[in-house]
Write a protein that binds this ligand. Structure first.
Ligand code: OAD
Length: 255
């Protein structure tokens, strides 16, 4: 065993059919993408109200869209880290696996994960708020280059926004339902790199636990969810997840 020594964790994993995972910004920290809270977190320097709400987008479109354009560029330059790859490998071990993420960076998909349940959207997608036309990163680049006063507009004249959930907006209903379903049916639930401060995502580990799941938290620090966890693995997810997956492989031969 590389990282698992806790007998109850070993027993729970041996019996598991369904594993569900919730990831947050922490899993992408080792890829070079800043988290939101904690030391150097985005929200310690910038105001979410000024950058992550529909009102601010509507009133200060150029400022908001330049910030999102910058983040798109940062994300495009980053690569998945061993934590993302380990979760892709984990997906093949139990009978059923669900990967739920609050992240909008698409790094799970770039590490090969399929059917990722995205709760907060995807920064690499954009759409027109009037006609709904979708714009890929490349298409959006073109529009942005030619935008008058940095205000990107669709051919219909409508404003183009990133496909991310802003404060005060509802999460995509279908994805949220899939996430609830995954949490309720999980035998083992991993909460990875999330501070657990944003609902409804933060409800998922609790729901899983109430449904009988063995809850494992992987984080560099204690969080508001730590008290609920059956096992806490403290450290960088890019180091812990590959070791954990190696252990799970020995306990749970490929389904
Ligand atoms: P946070 O920034 O709130 O929390 C990141 C968590 O990752 C913290 O608990 C850190 O201790 C932990 N962490 C940092 N580096 C890590 C590492 N290498 N390995 C493991 N853990 C590490 O991010 P989220 O919980 O994802 O919402 O934030 C939730 C939502 O708040 C985001 O999706 C975003 C934000 O406002 C929207 O944009 C809608």
């Amino acid at each position: 065993m590389k990282i698992l020594s806790d007998p109850s964790a070993i027993e729970a994993i041996k019996k598991t059919k369904n594993i569900a995972v919730l990831t947050g910004a922490g899993i992408s920290a080792e890829s070079g993408i800043p988290t939101f809270r904690g030391e150097n977190g985005l929200w310690t320097k910038l105001s979410p109200e000024e950058l992550a709400s529909f009102e601010s987008f509507y009133q200060n479109t150029a400022v908001v869209m330049e910030w999102y354009k910058h983040r798109q560029e940062v994300i495009m330059k980053c690569k998945p880290n061993p934590g993302h790859y380990a979760l892709n490998e984990l997906s093949r071990l139990p009978e059923h696996f669900d990967l739920i993420t609050q992240n909008i960076d698409g790094l799970h998909q770039r590490a090969g994960s399929r059917d990722v349940i995205e709760l907060h959207g995807n920064l690499l997608e954009n759409y027109c708020i009037c006609c709904g036309q979708k714009y890929s990163v490349e298409e959006f680049d073109e529009v942005f280059k030619n935008a008058i006063n940095h205000v990107p507009r669709c051919h219909c004249g409508g404003l183009i926004r990133p496909n991310v959930v802003w404060f005060g907006e509802a999460l995509p209903r279908e994805n949220l339902d899939m996430a609830y379903n995954a949490a309720i049916h999980a035998d083992v639930f991993l909460s990875v790199g999330t501070s657990g401060q944003v609902r409804p995502a933060a409800d998922l580990p609790i729901l899983a636990k109430q449904g009988g799941a063995f809850l494992i938290e992987i984080n560099t620090q204690k969080t508001v969810l730590s008290g609920e966890a059956d096992l806490i693995l403290q450290g960088n997810s890019g180091e812990i997840l590959p070791q954990l997956v190696e252990d799970i492989k020995t306990l749970l031969p490929k389904a």
